[in-house]
Design a protein around this ligand. Sequence first.
Ligand SMILES: [Zn+2]
Length: 77
Amino acid sequence: MIEDRIEYHRNAVALIPEPDDPDPGLVIMVIGTSPLGPSLICDCRKALKNRNCAHAKAQSAAIKDTPDFDSLFRQSI
Ligand SMILES: [Zn+2]
């Protein structure tokens, strides 16, 4: 379940890799002040060539309806 691998931070969200992924990638999206929007990185091999890897797409789909990371962060343990 992808929701179990998502960690919300005050201004960021991370997707933890699946243990059995042959090309595991840790995706981190940081909400900053850049007019270009959030920055997103994944450390998988595919992301070195193509920034929009499957991990980044999975994270985007999983959080698309999340309104506010800070609120989730404050409600968490
Ligand atoms: Zn990736």
